[in-house]
Ligand binder design. Structure first.
Ligand code: BES
Ligand code: ZN
Length: 588
């Protein structure tokens, strides 16, 4: 099935990278990764080859067929996609070698000063390649439609170590370096290439899982994420065997721009999940779920992103349902519905970015990142499940994964398969309405649970003026508190802010609770907590928090200047993804 990925120079049907052998050295003084990569291809190349790059310093290209002939190359004009590397006279080659170095400004890599780590004594570096940032680490066919295996030899400073989303097969000390060797034996798309370098240690937490983190936090992390075995068991019951051998976790420094990133065998996690009470582990279930929906069955382009994320939110909630019950996951679904409403409001109800299948020609996927593919995608999958019943749907899930594993599919391939396997669903659910039209169908699934009723009842009492609610909310879990806070108006009188502060905030470090409260405080000019907001924004780089908080500060005329001031002061501490996201908000 022919399709074009608007974000890559690779064209469907042309020779694909099948394997890469990297030999790299990380230099923290120049903030570069440099060395070479040997590429192997699925078939002999034509007379020229194009690869995606972005601010990569290409030093030389050589034929890799044993002759090691120097090849001519050039870089195209700079666009939002980077620069296309064209290599000439490649006819009949099946391998070639590129020598290159990354730039200190590589969009994927963040090089951290020791102050930005938990230990404060060692520097740190990590990558974040999804969606189209892998090309700023190495020249590649930076499309989720191309998969390759790889090996890496990585030299890092002697007092540090390296981890990757791959098996670490050797660590040795040589010539003043720590030398680590890695192997990824399963074919992965470029966006799942990942590495981190720092003072990192590990602790075993499950039958195939260890948590990696700086020594200062590894014990707490091991406790927080100790439910992994139960999660894997729950996921396997629904989706089939876990094939990636290990499911390890890496707790990142706080500037990491996402809650989690499903790098295969080594999920990257924000340290803000460490609430001390295991209340935020849904993100772990989510990244684990990507092991099937995303990493095994992958969206063919970023226009099909809902296939990755909608399915994964569905899978995440199936796992959590087994662990914590349906009351809990329905509460999550209702919170997700609130996120979706906010996204519709930000884009405008009729915006094409509220469609599941998007047209991203000329648009950076990061620029339109939102809860739409997540929560509208989730609702769509639930609509299909409810149309055919869970038993039939579970059969479909298994066959879907089995049929498409290790491949990348488009939305229309999914629709075709669904229509064939579950003809009833295709009759009962308006597939076209869900996938190709903006907003939500009126028939979208609804969710009820006692936990939600509890929150809504207290809200009625709040609206009637009652403020002494401590007893009424004493038994609430974190997500009930979050639901209550996120459904309040963001502009409240000072006394109400103080009441909320007393009720929940003064005694918590839980970022999920802090965020909606800080948004209320920002929208209400509740100055008492501004120092705390400043602290928060000075260390935490998670987009889910930065974006709403900066947006609220920016939208309140009384705090607009503060938003700019804080951003100017802290922007260099954020990963490029987070920095650009906030910049776009402040420019509006
Ligand atoms: N793969 C995403 C993160 C991502 C998406 C990175 C697009 C770059 C581009 C990851 O699986 C994710 O969805 N993380 C969420 C957590 C989840 C529980 C919704 C996050 O970071 O908040
Ligand atoms: Zn995800």
């Amino acid at each position: 099935m022919a399709h074009k990925d608007p974000h890559s120079c690779w064209t469907f049907g042309s020779a694909q990278i099948t394997h890469i052998d990297f030999d790299l050295t990380a230099d923290f003084k120049t903030r570069t990764l440099s060395g070479s990569a040997v590429y192997r291809f699925s078939k002999p190349l034509e007379n020229s080859l194009e690869l995606d790059t972005r601010i990569i310093d290409v030093k030389g290209v050589f034929s890799g067929d044993g002759t090691s002939r120097k090849l001519e190359w050039s870089l195209g004009d700079e666009t939002y996609l980077g620069r296309v590397l064209t290599i000439r006279r490649t006819e009949n080659l099946t391998a070639l070698r590129i020598e290159f170095a990354t730039s200190p400004e590589s969009a994927a890599l963040q090089w951290l000063d020791p102050e930005q780590t938990a230990g404060k004594r060692h520097p740190y570096m990590y990558s974040q390649c999804q969606a189209i940032l892998a090309r700023s680490v190495f020249p590649c066919q930076d499309t989720p439609a191309v998969r390759f295996t790889y090996s890496v030899t990585l030299r890092v400073p002697a007092d540090l170590t390296a981890v990757m989303a791959a098996d670490r097969i050797e660590v040795k000390h040589e010539d003043g370096f720590t030398v680590c060797r890695f192997k990824m034996r399963h074919p992965i798309p470029s966006y799942l290439f990942a590495l981190a370098i720092g003072n990192i240690t590990s602790e075993k937490i499950g039958s195939c899982s260890s948590v990696f983190a700086e020594p200062e936090m590894v014990q707490a992390a091991a406790w927080e994420f100790s439910e992994v075995d139960a999660m894997i068991e729950g996921a396997e019951a629904v989706f089939g065997e876990y094939i990636w051998d290990n499911f390890n976790l890496l707790v990142m420094p706080p500037s990491f721009p996402y809650g989690g990133m499903e790098n295969p065998t080594l999920t990257f996690l924000t340290p803000t999940l460490m609430a001390g009470d295991r209340s935020l582990v849904a993100v772990v279930a989510h990244e684990l779920a990507h092991s099937w929906t995303g990493n095994l069955v992958t969206n063919a382009t970023w226009e099909d992103f809902w296939l990755n994320e909608g399915w994964t939110v569905y899978a995440e909630r199936r796992i959590l349902e087994r662990l914590y019950g349906i009351e809990f996951t329905h509460l999550q679904a209702v919170s997700g519905r609130n996120d979706l409403r906010a996204a519709f409001k930000n884009f405008g109800e009729d915006s094409p970015y509220t469609k599941l299948k998007t047209d991203l020609t000329g648009i950076d996927p990061d620029e339109v990142f939102s809860s739409v593919p997540y929560e509208k995608g989730f609702l769509f999958i639930v609509a299909v499940e409810r149309a055919v019943g869970r038993e039939a749907f579970d059969g479909f899930i298994r066959s879907y994964i089995r049929n498409f594993k290790f491949s990348s599919i488009t939305t229309s391939q999914f629709v075709e398969y669904l229509t064939k396997q579950l003809p009833d669903a295709a009759k009962k659910v308006d597939l076209n309405r869900w996938i190709h039209e903006p907003g939500l169908p009126d028939s979208a699934p609804e969710f009820a649970s006692g936990m939600i009723d509890d929150v809504r009842n207290v809200r009625v009492r709040w609206d009637q003026g009652e403020r002494d609610l401590r007893a009424a909310v004493a038994h609430w879990n974190t997500h009930q508190i979050v639901l209550f806070l996120e459904e309040l108006p963001t502009r409240l009188p000072e006394a109400d802010c103080a009441a909320l502060d007393n009720l929940w905030v003064a005694q918590t470090k839980n970022c999920e609770i802090l965020l909606p409260f800080y948004c209320i405080a920002a929208g209400s000019s509740y100055r008492k907590v501004f120092p705390a907001i400043r602290d928060f924004l000075s260390t935490i780089g998670r987009g889910k928090y930065l974006k709403p908080l900066y947006r609220t500060l920016h939208e309140n005329p009384e705090t607009r200047a503060l938003a700019r001031e804080l951003f100017e002061e802290y922007k260099d501490r954020y990963h490029s993804v987070g920095r650009l996201a906030v910049q776009r908000i402040l420019e509006k």
